[in-house]
Design a binder for this molecule. Structure first.
Ligand code: PEP
Ligand code: MN
Length: 337
């Protein structure tokens, strides 16, 4: 249920509509745009009379939302969401690049990575400290020590931090060090985690599950939004198909599809999407050209010795070259880096 208020509707009129929605059993989420206030009603009775809302004072229009996600739908915030964090904006005019190693391994490694990605123009350093691994025998991350090293390297280079949180019990720890809380592909359907992230004030970077449809991704985002945290950034990171040449199949078309269906910003991760360093730049360029709001790219100072995802990690000089190319592509689609 969506109620769009008229331009200049008074607070009293808005409050009156909210009261009536609550009476009908709806949880009400308010989105205040530049011209219109939009009220999103979630849950509630299905037999309510739409016309009752349509004719209320100050109401411009009222709609039932057909999609299973409501707050994530574009109609809730037609102008789009700009996620603001630590002086940067994701979903605005600027394309935001987040880069760094798959995992924090050593102080030297993360310091070198931070220095290199900052110099090339990244705004956020990524790095796993609490990492979900398909194999229990793979490197599991440095834990809190990794987060500490990541934060220090970021601060020295004027970067923000994005790091993964695997479980709701880890949220306080990761929040202490990270500006953006990443939910990995394997956790896109960890509904307890999503629900808890809905109660946080830090932005969430939600990656698409390897076998998730776009609708399922948006429903996972809905869990976070329904809890009151509207700072959600979606990430297309490739899905599993019958193709085996690349690690996953990078679904570039998800970018314009999500842009149409949702107001949330979407970035692309061509590193996991392809699994191969030589394919990453082409997919990164494509994602920007397709309207992506940013990129998440693995960069390692010495990828041949990386403890995880070395084959898909760019060398610092390759990353720097890619950034130069993106600076040329961005203006073509009305953006800057
Ligand atoms: C990661 O970003 O390091 C990661 C584990 O990615 P994904 O969850 O997309 O596999
Ligand atoms: Mn990785």
């Amino acid at each position: 249920m969506l109620v769009v208020m008229q331009q200049g509707a008074t607070d009293e009129q808005v409050e009156h509509v909210i009261e009536r929605l609550v009476d009908q059993g709806f949880d009400v989420h308010r989105s205040t745009g530049v011209t219109h206030t939009v009220l999103g009603g979630v849950g509630g009775r299905s037999d309510f009379d739409l016309a009752v809302f349509e004719v209320m004072e100050g109401v411009k229009e009222a709609h039932r939302i057909a999609s299973p996600y409501k707050l994530a739908s574009r109609s809730f915030r037609p102008a789009g969401t700009v996620v603001k964090v630590g002086g940067i904006e994701i979903g605005g005019e600027k394309i935001v690049v987040m880069a760094g190693p798959c995992d924090v391994e050593t102080r030297e490694q993360i310091e070198q990575a931070a220095e290199a990605v900052a110099r090339a123009g990244a705004k956020v350093i990524r790095g796993g400290a609490l990492q979900p691994r398909s194999s229990p025998y793979a490197f599991q991350g440095l834990g809190e020590e990794g987060l500490r090293l990541l934060r220090a390297a970021a601060d020295r280079n004027g970067l923000l931090v994005a790091s993964e949180v695997m479980d709701q019990t880890e949220i306080p720890l990761v929040s202490e060090y990270s500006d953006i809380l990443q939910v990995g592909a394997r956790n896109m359907r960890n509904f307890n985690l999503l629900r808890e992230l809905g109660r946080q004030s830090k932005p969430v970077l939600l990656k698409r599950g390897i076998a998730a449809t776009i609708e399922e991704l948006l429903l996972s985002a809905e869990y976070i939004l329904a809890g009151g945290n509207y700072q959600v950034i979606l990430c297309e990171r490739g899905i599993r198909t019958f193709e085996t040449y690349t690690r996953y199949t990078m679904d570039i078309s998800a970018i314009p599809v999500v842009k149409k269906l949702s107001h949330l910003p979407i970035i692309a991760d061509p590193s996991h999407g392809t699994g191969r360093r030589d394919k990453v730049p082409a997919m990164a360029r494509a994602a920007v050209a397709a309207g992506g709001d940013g990129l998440l790219i693995e960069v390692h100072p010495d990828p041949d010795r990386a403890l995880s995802d070395g084959a898909q990690s760019l060398r610092p000089e390759q990353f720097s070259e890619l950034m130069g190319q993106l600076r040329m592509i961005a203006p073509v689609v009305g953006r800057t880096i």
